[in-house]
Design a protein around this ligand. Sequence first.
Ligand SMILES: *Cc1c(COP(=O)(O)O)cnc(C)c1O
Length: 425
Amino acid sequence: MHHFHYKGGKLYAEGVSLDALAEEYGTPLYVYSGHTVVEHYKALDHALKPLDHLICYAMKANSTLALLRLLARQGSGFDLVSGGELFRVQQAGGDPGKCTFAGVGKTRAEIEQALRAGIYCFMVESEAELTFINEVATRLRKIAPVALRVNPNVDAKTHSKITTGTYENKFGIAFEEIPALYQRATALKHVTLRGVQMHIGSQITTAAPFAAAVKKMIPLVRELHRRHRLEFFDIGGGIGIVYEDALASGQPDWWKKKGAPLTPAAYAESVVPQLRTLGLKVLVEPGRFMVGNAGVLLSEVLYVKKTGKKNFVIIDAAMNDLIRPAFYDSYHEIVPLRAKTGKTIPSDVVGPICESGDTFAKDRPLQPLKTGDRIAFLSAGAYGFTMASNYNTRPRAAEILVEGTKVKLARKREALVDLIRGETA
Ligand SMILES: *Cc1c(COP(=O)(O)O)cnc(C)c1O
């Protein structure tokens, strides 16, 4: 489900030619399809209709203001992991009263900021943090709404850097310790127990781990609700998206033929019947699902270099623009902005940075590329720009939001002066 497709031999985002955008705004360039984001939100919202629910978009996936505004207009809440993200929500017109605040290391300043803004709930990840939030709230004469993050110890069978729901990793509080901790929390005068949360990992492409985690949690949540009168159960994010067959997945018939990795409907079917029995509001925190397939990264070929048996395609985008291949060994489909014909050859697509890790693809069968050709990395909307850096003193890319034939420069390309702002020589 997305709006990137070829028309007359050129790749389009909705009604706009990507080659034309690259020509006008330069490369590397992130381009987002606004309708794709909104349709993902609506599809999930619809699938969860049988439940009293709130979608809190996990904005660490992509926190560009223009995208946040699209989602805020749909009524979305936001799942935050820093004071900086809260500031962004407010700048984009989002409602702090629909925000959850996650993360194992919230600082005093961030807790104060969130209390003053009136967020919906803190997701607490340790007893030490719970005590600390109570202390900060006492000083501000406020009551902090909290939920404890339960580690259900369920293996989501995903990449080790994005699995979070087992005792091997730093997230959450062990399942067995939860009832006693809720009991101790009742003694803290400046926190109120509002819910329970879990999050088992990311890029989960089957419904089974979600269903298993919810099943394991239900008796615990029911018991906590009975004792403490809760308001919600937050089942986290992690819905996976299509990377391998990204371009083709833009066609509706692809989903019928292939059987989707995980549609919103299949996700909902696996958890809604169990959740309905609780009588609680249900929160979900999808990040990647909402924006992943809605963004592409455009780049231009600088040089082609043949060494021994290798065909290196050196492009103007680098790991500082899109770190996922280096960080998670992840795959992004690569397609030319102007359709090509001819036989593919195994190609290594690499960036200009002085690191062997600055490699987007190895031995990828691609139609021969030459200097000046432009390509797109598909499914780059999530954990793309938000993980971009200035490594090698490279300005960060510009970002464009397309809606129909409307083009908005969502973020200007950084200029050289931006790169030394705040520095003293
Ligand atoms: C990262 C994160 C999410 C979002 O994960 P996705 O895989 O992008 O959906 C949701 N909740 C928490 C607590 C997270 O850390």
